[in-house]
Design a protein around this ligand. Structure first.
Ligand code: PLP
Length: 256
C-alpha cells in the first residue's frame, strides 16, 4: 500500500508513484477523512494517469448523495472514457448500515470476475432486501426519503457550524466541504498531547469526540476532530455545543 498526499483539491496527482499501482482507491465526492471534494482538474489528471499506466481506479462514493449549497461534480465513472473506473456505492449512509446493500458500476470486462468474487465471498446478497429496495425506489419512496434526509442533515450541519462559530474565537479551523455527513475541525496550534487532554476532558462532560489522526497513515501536523452531524438531532447538537465550548476554554489553560 502506498499513501498519496491529499491537499485542498483532493489527491495530489503529481505525487502518484512513477511505477503504476494496480489499483488507486479514492473518495472523490468527499475524501475520507479530510472531507475535501476532488477538483475537476484533479479528476481529469487522475483519469489520465490511469489510462497512461493502465491501472484501475476504485471510486468509493460512500456519502456522495448528500450535498449542501453546491452542485455536485460528475462522478469519475461518468467521465471515464477509457473504462478504468469501478464506482462503488452503498446504502449504508443513504438508508441504514445493517441493510448491507451496495452497488458497483464497472467496466463490462470486469463483470464476471466481480460476480465470481461475490459468490466466493458470501454466495450473494439477500434477494428479499434487494426486491424491497427496488420497490421503494420505483414507488418514489427513495427519492422522498433522500429529499427529507438532505433537508434534515442540512439543519443538523447548520446547527453544528453555528455552534462551532460561536465558540471558536479563532481557535478552530473548520474544513467544510458542503458534502457528506461529517466535517473536520482542526484545533489551531494544538499538539497531539493537547488534543488527548481535550478528548479526556470532553469525555468527562459526556461528549464522545473522535480525533482524525487514527485515519492517517502518517499523522497530520496538528490535532483535528472528525465531527459527524448525522447521528444526533439538531436539539442534541445545540445542547452539546456549550459543553464543547467549555472544554475549548479549559484547553487554553495549562494543565494542573
Ligand atoms: C470511506 C467509506 N467507504 C465506504 C463506507 C461504507 O461501507 P459499508 O457499505 O460496508 O457500510 C464507509 C462507511 O462509513 C466509509 O466511511
Amino acid at each position: 500500500m502506498q499513501p498519496v498526499p491529499v491537499d485542498a483539491e483532493g489527491i495530489v496527482t503529481d505525487a502518484l508513484p512513477a511505477a503504476a499501482p494496480q489499483l488507486i482507491c479514492v473518495t472523490p465526492s468527499h475524501q475520507f477523512p479530510s472531507g475535501v471534494v476532488m477538483s475537476l482538474p484533479r479528476r481529469l489528471a487522475l483519469l489520465d494517469y490511469a489510462e497512461r499506466h493502465q491501472c484501475w481506479i476504485l471510486e468509493d462514493d460512500y456519502d456522495g448523495e448528500f450535498r449542501y449549497d453546491q452542485k455536485p461534480l460528475s462522478a469519475l465513472r461518468a467521465m471515464d472514457e477509457s473504462d478504468r473506473v469501478i464506482h462503488v456505492g452503498t446504502f449504508s449512509k443513504l438508508l441504514f448500515p445493517s441493510l448491507r446493500l451496495g452497488y458497483l458500476v464497472m467496466p463490462r470486462s470486469l463483470r464476471n470476475d466481480f460476480r465470481t468474487a461475490k459468490w466466493a465471498n458470501d454466495l450473494g446478497t439477500s434477494a428479499i432486501e434487494q426486491a424491497a429496495l427496488a420497490h421503494f425506489m420505483t414507488e418514489g419512496g427513495f427519492e422522498r426519503h433522500l429529499r427529507r434526509a438532505s433537508r434534515e442533515l442540512q439543519e443538523r450541519r447548520n446547527a453544528l457550524l453555528q455552534g462551532l462559530d460561536a465558540c471558536s474565537d479563532g481557535r478552530l479551523e473548520i474544513a467544510d466541504s458542503h458534502a457528506g455527513m461529517h466535517l473536520v475541525a482542526w484545533m489551531k496550534g494544538a499538539t497531539m498531547a493537547d488534543g488527548e487532554r481535550f478528548l479526556q476532558d470532553a469525555r468527562r462532560v459526556g461528549l464522545g469526540l473522535h480525533p482524525i489522526h487514527p485515519h492517517y497513515m502518517e499523522p497530520p501536523d496538528s490535532f483535528g476532530l472528525l465531527l459527524g452531524f448525522c447521528g444526533l438531532s439538531t436539539a442534541q447538537i445545540r445542547e452539546a455545543m456549550p459543553l464543547f465550548h467549555q472544554c475549548l476554554d479549559r484547553a487554553r489553560q495549562p494543565p494542573p
